[in-house]
Design a binder for this molecule. Structure first.
Ligand code: SF4
Length: 62
């Protein structure tokens, strides 16, 4: 099962991943992005978001 998660130490809360892939990412109350539980169902989109994240905070493990 693929896993997607965000390194909160690296995330700057720019929201780009939420714009790219709203089915997978959301911004938390702390202003940092989080991967939703169903992230593995949208792995291609999650990879696109990981590629565009300015701080490389998104980790996709397959
Ligand atoms: Fe954080 Fe990267 Fe998403 Fe921007 S694109 S909110 S830095 S995880």
């Amino acid at each position: 099962m693929a896993k997607v998660y965000v390194d909160e130490d690296l995330c700057i809360g720019c929201g780009l991943c939420v714009d790219t892939c709203p089915d997978v990412f959301e911004l938390g109350d702390d202003g940092k992005a989080k991967a939703k539980d169903n992230a593995a169902d949208n792995i291609d989109c999650a990879k696109d978001a990981a590629d565009t994240c300015p701080t490389e905070a998104i980790i996709v493990e397959e």
